[in-house]
Design a protein around this ligand. Structure first.
Ligand SMILES: [Zn+2]
Length: 96
């Protein structure tokens, strides 16, 4: 499978799965951490960390060019930015 096909597939799998993304918080080092549920096993979640627009995922796809976990987090962050919020969240202030 080519990189482009893999990236395309990851974006397609991320569709409708943004509900599986949960923002856990941002570390003092600036790493925003998200828990993203597995599509196959609801008990299995992976962590996606974002720092300086670099996305990392703990799933087995880590070394591949793309996975739907990172894609789903990117969709949420892009939407938040578009609405004028900070990319990472929701944070406690927004929930209150
Ligand atoms: Zn992943």
């Amino acid at each position: 499978m080519t990189d482009t096909a893999m990236i395309q597939g990851a974006i397609e799998r991320a569709r409708g799965r943004t509900a599986a993304v949960h923002y856990l918080g941002t570390s003092s080092g600036g790493f925003a951490t998200y828990s993203v549920g597995s599509s196959r096993d609801t008990d299995a979640a992976y962590n996606v960390t974002v720092r300086d627009e670099q996305y990392r995922c703990t799933c087995p796809s880590e070394l591949r060019p793309a996975c739907w976990h990172r894609s789903a987090v990117a969709i949420i962050r892009a939407s938040r930015l578009m609405f004028g919020l900070l990319a990472d969240g929701p944070n406690p202030r927004e929930v209150a």
